[in-house]
Each structure stands twice: as structure tokens, then as C-alpha cells.
Design a protein around this ligand. Structure first.
Ligand SMILES: Cc1cc2nc3c(=O)[nH]c(=O)nc-3n(C[C@H](O)[C@H](O)[C@H](O)COP(=O)(O)O)c2cc1C
Length: 201
């Protein structure tokens, strides 16, 4: 399975090599050292005013099976077909914050996404794979873990070593065998004025 990003410009190897499998090895634990290393990487993401407006709940099948089961209970009916195989979940929470106009401040969401991506890049450096998920029932997480009202569950990162595709439904090897793609830069980046596609080399 060739999953390295096929890029026009040479990019950092970790970024090119990170991808999100649906099949993780449920029988292979992740060491505490590696869990802490991934968390440390997340904590070194920049955040507005250096506030770090997130919390990360570690739910490890091997050190706290009950917490792992609670996460499985929260998965929606798409993610529960595959994400049970992750031996480890990181559940991310964002601190709710309001502007002086009473609007939800979106910057903590931006900061939390940066921390999550740092974690995923550190994981790949360790030979560990991640697939982030927004498809889960936030109220289940809230209830099962007794989460305070001012913290919002925002994503779950299924984490583990790459698993055996032969043990999973073929739909997942079909999905994961597809080449990874991205929009062209000219679609996502404008030069100087809105809607003016960046010219490429
Ligand atoms: C915030 C976020 C939410 C996601 N939610 C889900 C999800 O609920 N279920 C899922 O299977 N994949 C989910 N993904 C994985 C994306 O589909 C995947 O990252 C994307 O297709 C790009 O593939 P790549 O990570 O292999 O480059 C999510 C990714 C992100 C960043």
C-alpha cells in the first residue's frame, strides 16, 4: 500500500507519510512512553496567547478497558464499523469561550486542531497511525466521562499500529487502497486578491 503523498514540491517526510488508516492492530498496545511522547508533541503546538484551550482524555484498552469501552459506545454507526480496532483513543475537548458580544470564540477550535495534528505527526514518527473522527455522539462522551459543561468534546483520534486488512471487511481495504488526493493549490490558495488562483512553478 503506497500512501505517501504524491507532491509537486518536496515537503517534510512526516507530513507526506502521515495517512489515516481504517485498520489498526487491536492486539498491539502502545507503550506509556509513546503515549506521553504524542501528548508532549500536542502540547507544543502553538495556541493563541499560549492558552492551550484543550484537554485530551487518554482511553487505552490495555490500561483502562472501561474508558475504551465508553469511547466505543459513543461512535456513530459509520465509525463503529472500524474504529473499535484502535487500541487507543485520544478524546479532544475544547474550552468554550465567548467574545464580549456573546458569540462563541472560534480560536480555541483552531488551537485544538493544531494540537491534534501535532499529535498525529509525532505518532507517525513513532510508527503509530492515527485516524481522527468527528463522527461520535458528544452527549455520550459527556455523560460517560462526566465532562464539565464548559468543555466541548470535539474529536476522537483512533490510534494504533497498522492492522491486518485480511481480518477486516473488504470495504476497508478498498477504501484504503485508493490513492490519497488533495485539491490543487490553485484551488485552495489565492494570490493577492480573493479568488485569484495562485500561480504555480
Ligand atoms: C476533523 C476530522 C474529522 C474526521 N472525521 C472522520 C470520521 O468521523 N470518520 C472517519 O472515518 N474519518 C474521519 N476523518 C478522516 C478524514 O476523512 C481523512 O483525514 C481524510 O480523508 C484525508 O485522508 P488522510 O488523513 O489519509 O490524508 C476526519 C479527519 C479530520 C481531520
Amino acid at each position: 500500500m503506497e500512501k505517501t503523498a504524491n507532491t509537486k514540491y518536496k515537503i517534510n517526510e512526516l507530513i507526506a507519510n502521515r495517512w489515516s488508516p481504517h485498520v489498526l492492530d487491536s492486539d498491539q498496545p502502545i507503550s506509556k512512553l509513546h503515549i506521553l511522547t504524542m501528548l508532549e508533541a500536542a502540547s507544543w503546538a502553538p495556541s493563541s496567547h499560549n492558552v492551550q484551550p484543550y484537554r485530551i482524555l487518554v482511553c487505552d484498552k490495555y490500561s483502562n478497558l472501561n474508558s475504551h469501552k465508553k469511547v466505543i459506545k459513543s461512535l456513530d454507526d459509520i465509525n463503529d464499523k472500524w474504529a473499535w480496532c484502535a487500541p487507543l483513543y485520544f478524546v479532544f475537548f475544547v474550552k468554550k469561550d465567548y467574545t464580549s458580544d456573546g458569540e462563541l470564540n472560534l480560536i480555541p477550535f483552531y488551537d485544538t486542531g493544531a494540537a491534534a495534528e501535532h499529535l498525529c505527526l509525532q505518532a507517525i514518527e513513532l510508527g503509530i497511525y492515527t485516524r481522527q473522527m468527528e463522527g461520535f455522539y458528544k452527549d455520550v462522551i459527556r455523560q460517560e466521562f462526566n465532562v464539565p459543561e464548559d468543555w466541548m468534546p470535539i474529536s476522537i483520534i483512533a490510534t494504533g499500529y497498522l492492522g491486518d486488512y485480511d481480518k477486516m471487511d473488504k470495504i476497508f481495504s478498498d477504501k484504503d487502497n485508493k490513492p490519497r488526493t488533495r485539491k490543487p493549490l490553485s484551488e485552495i490558495a489565492y494570490e493577492g486578491t480573493w479568488d485569484n488562483p495562485i500561480s504555480t512553478l
